[in-house]
Design a protein around this ligand. Structure first.
Ligand SMILES: CC(C)(COP(=O)(O)OP(=O)(O)OC[C@H]1O[C@@H](n2cnc3c(N)ncnc32)[C@H](O)[C@@H]1OP(=O)(O)O)[C@@H](O)C(=O)NCCC(=O)NCCS
Length: 180
């Protein structure tokens, strides 16, 4: 296996921005994840990624394979006015470029999010996913996420409604890696 590293990114070099946009486009074209149905204009996508780093509630994790960004995931903390849900964090927009799949990148990204959630004393992680994203669903279940709900009109893709599945997981304590 090539060497994979995950980091909580605080700034984007030009190379990183290019690699991240390339990985995003490839994942969208492959048919899933990241909300897009078709790739947006490159200038829009670049502004999107630069904007993510400016949002205080968002943490951007990227995976690198031989130095090049090949996937990412975002952890979203609740806004500060939401005291009742201050212990709950959301995971959004996980994707791995098709050329880097199947070697543990997605798992490493999710483990990095869980480690950060633990450090920041969050108790629960929420996430949701289109029913058609079968590899992601398999991964979340492998990682111990519990399915609790189904939204019949979760997304609208190419003229039809796609259901979505909702999951949660208690943030695992240190040393517990798989099923929390
Ligand atoms: C879901 C996704 C992130 C997985 O990334 P990945 O790097 O290929 O996953 P990993 O190699 O780390 O595998 C982790 C787990 O995913 C599941 N998985 C991965 N590939 C799979 C496949 N082809 N079939 C079934 N399950 C699969 C397995 O449970 C695997 O655990 P295991 O290694 O113990 O068997 C990737 O397929 C992807 O980007 N999909 C499109 C975007 C998407 O659906 N995002 C989620 C939206 S919320």
């Amino acid at each position: 296996m090539n060497e994979i590293q995950v980091e909580n990114l605080k700034s984007l070099s030009e190379t990183d921005l290019f690699d991240l946009c390339e990985a995003t486009d490839a994942a969208i074209l492959d048919g899933g994840g990241f909300g897009f149905v078709s790739p947006p204009e490159r200038s829009w996508l670049e502004r999107y990624w630069q904007g993510v780093l400016l949002v205080p509630e968002r943490s951007l994790f990227v995976a690198r394979r031989d130095g090049a960004i090949c996937g990412s995931v975002q952890m979203v903390a609740p806004p500060r006015n939401n005291e009742a849900q201050k212990s709950i964090v959301a995971v959004q927009h996980l994707f791995v470029a098709p050329w880097a799949r199947g070697v543990g990148v997605g798992r490493l990204l999710m483990e990095a999010v869980e480690a950060e959630a633990r450090v920041r004393r969050f108790k629960v992680i929420n996430l949701d996913v289109r029913e058609t994203q079968t590899q992601a669903i398999a991964m979340y279940e492998t990682l111990g996420y519990q399915r609790w709900g189904l939204h019949p009109k979760y997304a609208h893709v190419r003229g039809r409604w796609v259901p979505g599945i909702y999951f949660f997981k208690d943030v695992p304590s240190a040393g517990k890696r798989r099923d929390g």
